[in-house]
Design a protein around this ligand. Structure first.
Ligand code: CTP
Length: 403
């Protein structure tokens, strides 16, 4: 981040207060930061705070508020949006409200921030953040999709407690997460160009009857972040995912499945076309022996016994068939982690196993971060707590070092 020029645009959403922490983080990392706010953003957080933290003036208005036009030099401010747009290495708009997103895609430039966005030559990263119903609105969704197609980078909102107190999707990712995204983005290496990578993610669902199923707590985040990291580094990425609420990045080829059997079918069709396969999915080990055709009724039942049978171990299958690809698996262990992971590495014929314990602080299914240990036949390397995106990048670094 040293000497990097970061332009931050803040619009009028409640998450605006969190941008103070983001600014601080960039400054601490050695970056130069300038902040633009929309007039509505100033209702949520003070420009003075941002000015002190960024060590720069904060710009809000397109036109200088002067009534004496003898002071012509003051009018130079009206060209600042061009200067600022040229100055920045990267431009982050966070939080980006539905209003601002809609204006950008419609070409409206009625405030200083919007003028600067349109004048920018550097990458512009938008961080939409709003109430869940607003976020899910068809027009907002269409705008985000069109903005992405127009070349804007999007950091998608996450699931969590919203300002209304309701849990839902729309929450802005934490400043650390945005920082780490921008950091990797700026220092991105396109070192996986030409590599074909298959990643599986999320849980699987095993039906009991037409309305019920067995599943697990997997959110799919680790697999999706791996896919994003690989995509950002130029790889050709295919993502087979169980049911999750996440959106894949850019042109990642996504295949949606429900059951382990479905995932296996998709894997079987394509596994021979890849250089690297990473099984990050939390595959259900068992499934009900029989699936009721309709809805299972509780009448006449004092208790219910479900008979479960074993599912295929997809990773083991891939290990047995392995010829030209590298194969990485995950091990989810709550005790004797290293020992069990080493056993899986061997039994499933893997090149690398990534051990994680969901009970550990900073790890877990819904968490933005993870604490993992990389284990191969020669080494055990425990990583500190970091975002799942960074974990993904380290796994990909490992691949390049050992390919
Ligand atoms: N895996 C798989 N197919 C299964 C079960 C697991 O491909 N039916 C893969 C997972 O995607 C993961 C690895 O195997 O990469 C290890 O999964 P994990 O749940 O930790 O271990 P299991 O082998 O299922 O053993 P156990 O649950 O007994 O620990």
């Amino acid at each position: 981040m040293k000497n990097k020029k970061i332009l931050i645009g803040i619009t009028g959403g409640i998450a605006a207060y969190k941008i103070c922490f983001l600014v601080r983080q960039f400054v601490k990392a050695g970056a130069e930061v300038k902040v633009i706010m929309t007039p509505s953003a100033t209702k949520f957080v003070s420009p003075l705070t941002l000015s002190v933290l960024s060590r720069n003036d904060v710009i809000i208005n397109t036109f200088p508020e002067i009534d004496n036009f003898d002071k012509v030099e003051k009018l130079e401010q009206s060209t600042w949006h061009i200067d600022l747009a040229m100055w920045a290495d990267v431009f982050i708009v966070a939080p980006a409200t539905a209003n601002t997103l809609g204006k950008i895609i419609s070409g409206i430039a009625d405030n200083f921030l919007l003028c600067t966005i349109f004048a920018s030559r550097c990458p512009v990263i938008l961080v939409p953040s709003m109430d869940e119903d607003m976020y899910r609105n068809t027009i907002v969704q269409r705008n985000i999709k069109n903005l992405e197609s127009a070349g804007y980078k999007i950091i998608y909102p996450i699931y969590g407690e919203l300002a209304s107190g309701i849990y839902g999707i729309g929450k802005m990712p934490e400043p650390e997460e945005i920082f780490s995204y921008v950091n990797s983005f700026i220092n991105r290496r396109i070192d996986l160009k030409g590599k074909k990578i298959l990643i599986t993610a999320g849980p699987t669902r095993e039906p009991i009857d037409k309305v019920r199923y067995i599943t697990n707590y997997s959110s799919g985040k680790m697999g999706f972040e791996l896919a994003r990291a690989a995509y950002d580094r130029g790889a050709d990425v295919t993502l087979i995912t169980g049911p999750v609420t996440l959106k894949e990045t850019g042109n990642v080829k996504r295949i949606d499945i429900e059951t382990t059997e479905d995932m296996f079918k998709e894997v079987k069709k394509i596994y021979n076309n890849f250089d690297l396969i990473i099984m990050a999915a939390a595959v259900s080990d068992f499934k009900p022996k029989s699936v009721y055709k309709g809805k299972l009724k509780k009448e006449k039942l004092d208790h219910l016994k479900l008979e479960l049978i074993k599912n295929i171990d997809i990773l083991k299958f891939l290990g047995e068939k392995k010829k030209d690809y590298k194969l990485y698996g995950f091990a989810l262990e709550t005790e004797n982690g290293i020992e069990n992971a080493k056993k899986k590495l061997k039994e499933k014929n893997l090149d690398l196993i990534i051990l994680n314990n969901p009970l550990e602080e900073g790890a877990g299914f819904e968490s933005e971060t993870n604490v993992v240990t990389l284990i191969d036949n020669n080494k055990v390397r425990r990583l500190s707590k970091m975002t799942k995106y960074e974990v993904g990048n380290i796994i990909l670094d490992y691949y390049l070092e050992n390919d």
